[in-house]
Design a protein. Structure first.
Length: 159
């Protein structure tokens, strides 16, 4: 089974959404054989990746960073999407952290990078804004020798 993981920004500017969505669909659609998609289901890139993966017939493995992860969702819509996607998951992996900290996010991100055959990164190419951020997980995956596909729209910046 082919395993594709995701790391990415929670906030994707509208100008980047089309190219990111197209890139995710390209990475996930039309694969030969079974496919497993790994995501932490954070708002933004993780949820978009998981939804497209399910549309493409992939099995979804969710990687939950901490026991209080649901409490970190500030947007009720994002929390509802998280719960819907989690309910459709084939497998759930929980990191051994009670609270959502940078270390918990890093553990979830490195678990995904360790477990996948390819990492898809919805990334603007800038340094991480915190420990466990997208840039740090991309660097970790590349150090492992994992193929990384970066998706973004050139010239678009995040707030």
């Amino acid at each position: 089974m082919k395993r594709i993981g995701v790391t990415g920004h929670r906030s994707i500017p509208v100008e980047a959404l089309g190219p990111v969505r197209d890139g995710l669909r390209s990475a996930l659609d039309g694969r030969q054989g079974p496919l497993e998609a790994l995501s932490s289901l954070a708002d933004g890139a993780d949820q978009l990746f998981a939804a497209i993966a399910l549309e493409c017939g992939a099995d979804l493995t969710v990687v939950i960073p901490s026991g209080d992860y649901e409490d970190t969702f500030e947007d009720p819509g994002a929390l509802a999407r998280y719960r819907r996607l989690r309910d459709r998951a084939t497998q759930e992996v929980r990191m051994a952290f009670a609270r959502s900290t940078d270390e918990a996010y890093y553990a979830a991100g490195t678990y995904i990078a360790d477990s996948c055959d390819r990492l898809v990164a919805v990334w603007d190419g800038l340094p991480a804004r915190g420990h466990g951020g997208t840039a740090e997980i991309v660097a970790y995956a590349r150090a492992l020798g994992k193929p990384v596909t970066v998706l973004w729209a050139e010239g678009v910046t995040r707030d």
